[in-house]
Design a protein around this ligand. Structure first.
Ligand code: MN
Length: 216
């Protein structure tokens, strides 16, 4: 599961994060919101039961990732919610990871020491150097949906996707394809060895209570 936030506004109804995360990022509010999301996501996953071994993925914004307090906050939230660290996966985008590579590397190493898993989100859209994938303690890459959209008809996209899978596997990194909507896409991704798929084909976004009903 991946934790996705929505804002239930008293007058405007359900507000999509695209409409408020950018502003929260600019004002710094994201640090508070992000910590709250992290806590809720960990609590939810503890609630459905650690014995299921289901990982929860939580997106970190650039500002959160660059916050020197982040490793401490993550450790405290895990302690308070009782979630085993290996069941938490933190997602950072490729561009965030690439911005200050030395600082990013140190943060990632501290997070790995805590025992959480790390995923690079929107992979393929930034200026990724392949050498950083080897240097960074990364468990998963999530191939951006734009590479998946025209599969399997688009040969170029197909070639990019299978190259990413091969490269990641050579580095012991697992691969998730995002935005998978059709059987044909699933079949293609399976044929090139992609480890996981995410998208409407496997499940639509659901609110936390109904998603929990599948388990408890
Ligand atoms: Mn994500």
């Amino acid at each position: 599961h991946e934790a996705l936030v929505r804002w239930q506004h008293p007058e405007r109804g359900l507000v999509h994060p695209a409409e408020f995360i950018q502003l929260a990022e600019e004002t710094g509010q994201i640090l508070k919101i992000g910590e709250w999301i992290l806590g809720e996501a960990c609590r939810w996953t503890t609630f459905i039961g650690a014995e299921r071994d289901l990982q929860i993925a939580v997106n970190l914004s650039a500002r959160q990732f660059n916050d020197p307090q982040l490793p401490k906050i993550v450790a405290r939230v895990l302690r308070e919610t009782g979630l085993p660290p290996r069941l938490l996966e933190l997602e950072i985008t490729e561009s965030t990871a690439m911005r200050e590579t030395d600082a990013a590397l140190r943060t990632l190493q501290r997070l790995k020491q805590i025992g959480v898993s790390i995923a690079i989100d929107d992979f393929g859209t930034g200026y990724s150097s392949l050498s950083y994938l080897r240097r960074f303690p990364v468990d998963k890459v999530k191939i951006d949906r734009s590479f998946v959209a025209e599969l399997p008809a688009d040969r170029d996209q197909g070639a990019i996707v299978s190259a990413i899978v091969a490269l990641a596997h050579a580095l012991q990194i697992q691969v998730v394809a995002e935005g998978v909507e059709t059987e044909e896409q699933r079949e293609f991704l399976r044929s090139c060895g992609c480890d996981f798929i995410q998208g409407y084909l496997t499940g639509k976004p659901a609110d936390a209570d109904s998603a929990a009903k599948d388990y408890v």
